[in-house]
Design a protein around this ligand. Structure first.
Ligand code: S3P
Length: 434
């Protein structure tokens, strides 16, 4: 899978299920490893990012059995928790392209009485790590990044004597919040984290499900020392961020009805549904709240899209959906404004510049700002050559744009799709062939 050659869509599926949620899959393996016994994980996402987390935990002495595989890799695992007592890895732990692996793992390693080194690929090695180094140092661990920007490789000298902190997050980041929570359960006293805006709450939910106490009070979340997660089985719902590509494709096709089943519908992640409704899409939602994570079925009724404004506290909720929402904006009538989204500049690529550049290549008028962009919708898209920059969400967003364009769109460097959505190419082929 080198490039995607995209032509106009012939027929979208009427119903589909997407693979397991990436954020939740990482957390199942980490929290199960911290727990006091065996945990079976089902619905696991067999993507490169999540497999990096599995390999990392194995390097730290956790036994992880594969109980079931699909065409892409393991989907059911049995993790033998080590009660938070890991063994030192024999060498650097490779987090690949995965920011979640590197940042959350640093939170776990901060309380281990040994030195660890975390490395990543070229993209991950450019991403800011100062945001986790600072709070973990305040808690008593020693961390060292590389260069002025404190990027990976990252060295962590853990301490058994961590202490809780009261910390105001400078940026709304679920990864940083989770890093501090994971260190917090091994630190003396209480740890409090104040968020500038709500971010995905999978870590808190899963900790609570494993009987570790966390408390949410307004914008603050707290946890307490000395808590070992209880071994319990964990179920991962489908990834709403992966589903979002097909949601937008269906939403922009008048008359189309698409059902997506078994998809995660956690309200800290489902902001895209609200935005699509604002854009004129009719959506039916059936939610099952009985498990640790809400899940359910959504039905998207395609129609004429209209422009909207996306910004403020809504941004962290749709942080991974902005590229595909920008494509939706290009297909909508009117001018869409995306603002307060500066964080997109430090994702797997600079997603603001990648999206603006790609849309312009397809004939869309875009004005890029430091924290967002304005997109003039309604032009007929024209096929173009798009470089994914090795960023999975850019590759998939422009593959969808290509389905609505005149002529052929070539999306280059698409191996990266396997970091979050193995099987995307198969679904795409089906849509193009009808
Ligand atoms: C994630 C949080 C978000 C998101 C990333 C996954 C997580 O990152 O973009 O894909 O699993 O906690 P930030 O915390 O950096 O915003």
């Amino acid at each position: 899978m080198q490039d995607f050659k995209i032509k106009r869509a012939k027929a979208f599926s009427a119903e589909l299920e997407v693979p397991g949620d990436k954020s939740i899959s990482h957390r199942t393996v980490m929290l199960a490893s911290l727990s006091n016994g065996p945990c079976e994980i089902s619905g696991f996402l067999p993507s490169e990012d999540c497999l990096a987390t599995v390999e990392a935990m194995r390097m730290l002495g956790v036994s992880i059995e594969v109980l079931e595989e699909n065409d892409y890799g393991p989907v059911r695992l049995l993790v033998h928790g080590v009660r938070g007592q890991f063994t030192q890895a024999s060498g650097p732990i490779n987090c690949g392209n995965s920011g979640t692996t590197m940042r959350l793992l640093a939170g776990i390693l901060a309380s281990q009485p040994f030195e660890s080194e975390l490395i990543g690929d070229a993209s991950l090695s450019k991403r800011p790590m100062g945001r986790i180094i600072k709070p973990l140092e305040l808690m008593g661990a020693e961390l060292k990044g590389t260069g002025d920007k404190q990027t990976a490789p990252l060295t962590i000298i853990g301490s058994k004597e961590l202490h809780g902190i009261d910390y105001i997050l400078p940026v709304a980041s679920a990864q940083v919040k989770s890093t501090i929570l994971l260190a917090g359960i091994a630190a003396k006293g209480k740890t409090v984290i104040h968020e500038p805006a709500p971010t995905r709450d999978h870590t808190e939910r899963m900790l609570n499900f494993l009987l570790v106490k966390t408390l949410r009070e307004g914008n603050a979340v707290s946890t307490w020392s000395g808590q070992t997660p209880e071994s319990r089985d964990l179920v991962v719902p489908g990834d709403i961020s992966s589903a979002s590509f097909w949601m937008v494709a269906a939403a922009a096709t008048p008359g189309k009805v698409l059902r997506i089943t078994n998809v995660g519908l956690n309200s800290t992640r489902s902001g895209i549904l609200k935005i699509l409704v604002r854009m004129g899409v009719h959506i039916n939602e059936v939610v099952d709240e009985s498990g640790a994570e809400p899940r359910g079925t959504i039905e998207i009724h395609g129609g004429k899209l209209r422009a909207t404004e996306i910004g403020g506290d809504e941004i962290p909720n749709v942080i991974d959906e902005i590229p595909i929402l920008a494509v939706a904006a290009a297909l909508a009538e009117g001018r869409t404004l995306i603002k307060d989204a500066r964080e997109l500049r430090v994702k797997e690529s600079d997603r603001l510049s990648a999206v603006a550049d790609g849309l312009r290549r397809m004939g869309v008028a875009v004005q890029e700002f430091e924290d967002g962009m304005e997109i003039e919708g309604g032009a007929v898209l024209k096929g173009a050559e798009i470089n994914s920059l090795g960023d999975h969400r850019i590759a998939m967003a422009f593959a969808i744009a290509g389905l609505f364009a005149d002529g052929e769109t070539l999306v280059k460097d698409v191996e990266c799709v396997n970091t979050s959505y193995p099987g995307f190419d198969k679904e795409l082929k089906q849509v193009m062939e009808g």
